[in-house]
Design a binder for this molecule. Structure first.
Ligand SMILES: NC(=O)c1ccc[n+]([C@@H]2O[C@H](COP(=O)([O-])OP(=O)(O)OC[C@H]3O[C@@H](n4cnc5c(N)ncnc54)[C@H](OP(=O)(O)O)[C@@H]3O)[C@@H](O)[C@H]2O)c1
Length: 246
């Protein structure tokens, strides 16, 4: 068993997850990184001296194999997730809805359930879930992602209630616009469409969000940061964004 506290980060092969793994390593955690793209995961793990383990949060057997490799977990960052498409309800692609529910909601439940015994055994565990402002603010075209993130936030808030009196803290972090591969994934690799999301404004970086993850993870044991919403200065609501044309 590690003599340093262990932080497990899902979806650590890119974006907020990769930056969180680096930030947690800098904060003194031994980091275990999970994601599907092994090459990318190995690269990020090497940068932060962490352990890369294959993980598909939508696959029960993969989560069980991942969990079986751990003998300690002090912090779990439920970060794996994302959006697929921007279709209206009238045009909803139910396969996309299903995929969003699988990765954001069931994936988070699956990993949390698998690691809860270790988090409890640590004597001071923490679950930090990366939901989104989409978890409390609906926007046109966002219904599938809104529904999934609302559900992910709901399960996180229920977990906080259910763990009251037990030694596991629960935090929901809700970022606004962050420049990662998120939009590229949402628009199936359409680079122009993805770039247009951030055109003329300054989004958050993955490091901006990761700093909050590390800050939450290093509060004293009696402090539970319940919910954090973090937006770029140029964004005041899900779709209220200040842009400079040019
Ligand atoms: N970027 C934003 O504007 C924004 C805003 C609010 C919230 N968020 C949330 O922040 C989280 C991280 O997203 P990001 O912005 O950093 O986007 P990203 O760069 O696309 O990262 C998503 C990560 O999730 C992993 N992932 C996806 N499906 C997975 C699965 N089935 N099993 C395991 N890992 C999986 C990906 O790794 P593999 O593909 O290698 O598996 C990748 O590492 C997501 O939950 C997203 O909804 C993002």
């Amino acid at each position: 068993m590690s003599d340093r506290p262990v932080a497990v980060v899902t979806g650590a092969s890119s974006g907020i997850g990769a930056a969180s793994a680096r930030a947690l390593a800098r904060a003194g955690f031994e980091v275990v990184l999970g994601a599907r793209r092994a090459d990318r995961l190995i690269e990020v793990a090497a940068e932060c001296g962490g352990t890369p383990l294959p993980l598909d949060v939508t696959d029960e057997a993969s989560v069980a194999a991942f969990a079986s490799r751990l003998d300690r977990c002090d912090v779990l960052v439920n970060n794996a997730g994302g959006a697929f498409g921007l279709a209206s309800v009238a045009e909803a692609d139910l396969d996309d809805w299903q995929r969003m529910y699988d990765v954001n909601v069931l994936g988070t439940v699956r990993v949390t359930k698998a690691l809860l015994p270790l988090l409890l055994a640590s004597g001071d565990g923490q679950v930090i879930t990366i939901a989104s402002i989409a978890a409390h603010e609906p926007y046109p075209g966002g219904a599938g992602y809104n529904a999934a993130k609302h559900a992910e936030a709901a399960l996180t808030r229920v977990l906080r209630l259910e763990l009251l009196g037990r030694p596991v803290r629960v935090c929901e972090i809700d970022p606004g616009m962050v420049d990662t591969e998120f939009s590229l994934v949402r628009f199936e690799g359409d680079r122009d469409r993805a770039d247009a999301v951030y055109r003329g404004m300054t989004p958050l970086t993955a490091d901006d969000v990761a700093e909050s993850v590390a800050w939450v993870a290093t509060r004293p044991a009696h402090v539970n940061v319940d919910r954090l919403t973090i937006m770029p200065r140029d964004q005041a609501a899900a779709q209220i964004v200040h842009r400079v044309e040019g």
